[in-house]
Design a protein around this ligand. Sequence first.
Ligand code: PEP
Ligand code: MG
Length: 590
Amino acid sequence: MTFSIHGLAVSRGVAIGRAVLVASSRADVAHYFIETEKAEEEIKRVRASRNAVMEEIVRLQHDLPKDAPHEIAALLDVHLMLLQDEQLTNGVKHWITERHYNAEWALTTQYELIARQFDDMEDEYLRERKADLEQVVERILRHMKGVASPVQAAVRAGSSRKQSQQDLLLDDTMDVPLVLVAHDISPADMLQFKQSLFAGFATDVGGKTSHTAIVARSMDIPAVVGARSASQLIKQDDWVIIDGDAGVLIVDPSPIILAEYGFQQRQGELERERLNRLKHTPAVTMDGQRVELLANIEMPDDTLGAVKAGAVGVGLFRTEFLFMGRSGKLPDEDEQYLAYRKAIEGMHGLPVTIRTVDIGSDKLLDRPVGKAQDRHLNPALGLRAIRWSLADPPMFLAQLRAILRAAAHGPVNLLVPMLTHASEIRQTMALIDHARVLLDNQGIAYGPVRLGAMIEIPAAALTLKLFLRNFDFLSIGTNDLIQYTLAIDRADESVAHLYDPCHPAVLRLIADTISECQRQGKGVTVCGEMAGDVTMTRLLLGLGLRSFSMHPSQILAVKQQILRADAGKLALWAATVLASEEPAALLQNP
Ligand code: PEP
Ligand code: MG
């Protein structure tokens, strides 16, 4: 039966596909497609692990002390029975041979299906066997983990499918689009999925500017977050429509709804083709104001998309993504240098703004390193970004040295996140100087950098003179500026309705930052999600902004707004919006 689930729209477009459910406890299970001839190998892999787990249990039974409670022996019997259950083994085989799922994926898929049947059982005793099934499946998965690396496998996920589609003759099941449904996906895991071929994403939790949503947006595929109980209501393999424009999921759609969304999907594709024609058109308003459109990237390879979309540089390289998902082993100076150099070379002489690492809050390392990241306190207000860097000077120095060295290969702006205090600015400057002295002493080549500060804490926006005295340019991080001005956790869907980019206080801080920079002749960019939101383009232009940094996928739509805008007229209108108590109401009619 068709039903819909409402969430938050984070990435535009429509995806129609079969649901791949990733339960949070099994979120790190690899999901990738195998080549047809590898099916037997995969089946053997599950079988071997299942047999090993059975042997473990038999051993446990054998070693049970004579006075052990009778329930324990009975439980082990149940586990043995479940391990031999035909529905489990045959189901796993089915997913591997028919759908080309890798072994772990096949096992968790079949688990979800059987678990649902347990849920529907009248008999309480049988219903409770679901927990036993979960335990045996987890045991098999743990055993398999020793055999294959699931994280690496996840990276291979999409590329293996892509390759399979190109190189092999496959049956129809390979062509079914898949959409990923999960309770939550960490930003690092999301990045891993970037190379896969999922047609869309939906998660139960998350806000519009949570980092998971940001990475989903960078993938330019439809996504909905904050869809509360989606991962419980949607079943493995259900047909799901992800409407990334409206923030709605439609489960098990009727043929009429499918036809309607199929039409919408094609319209979206046509619109994209139309926008593509703007790629080489300079971003100039109708009254001749030139606007700089820059790209936000997470990985060096993202420069390909940036260049393709016609970005005139990188306005924000979120380097923390190089640090995440590495089991706590941080990239050393050389590895970072190569990554930054790759991004610089990828931009072919256009400037690259490299932001120093912004770990913390919702961007956690998968394992704490150095000063512990505390998940239990208040991470958005804790040891995050520059605070984390200054707490570990050797780590920070390695990053600064890597950026300075990479700057020998092209124009680089070095951007520092979350600065608030004069003392933090002093310490940062001292470390940058120190990095240069060390490189000089060692005779290692490095290049010049322009220094910039993120304005993303209200305290910084209210003490602009301090920042402008010390930095060559500023970059407004509206995602955090809104979060900290309004005291709304940007990743918490329960307060997402209060996360308001148009709140008069937020607009005032943005407007003052832009005008003070203009007065002092310093560059200012907006690099938060607001820069890529076409509903905000005219207002930002009216407030005097001439430099926008956003995901490459948003550049052409924003350019279209710019080409249709009269910046002079918008300035007058923006002044009235700024003076209003409810600016959002005026946004539609400049
Ligand atoms: C911001 O806060 O607006 C920003 C660009 O940084 P991030 O989203 O990485 O916190
Ligand atoms: Mg920020």
